[in-house]
Design a protein. Sequence first.
Length: 98
Amino acid sequence: MEAVALVLLILVLFEGASLAGGDHDRAKKLKEAGEIVPLERVVETAKKAHPGQLLEAELDEKKGRLVYELELLDEEGTVWELKYDAKSGELLKEKQEH
């Protein structure tokens, strides 16, 4: 499978704007086929751990695994980078950005 690199900005996700090109369609097909969990579910999970604002979300392929990469700005002003398995929604890695 070719690498998937979707940059889904908060405006796109939550204010109804649409993505250009086939990236949005590919992500939608993967979700409908049960290949990935909905991004909204992963964002909700991330915000429970780090309440704040979603800055960026990407769907990438890493070593044959689809991974959601999120950046969140928490209520204390700290930016967190979180990686979730896109198929299961399991947290794979989190790190505080400096």
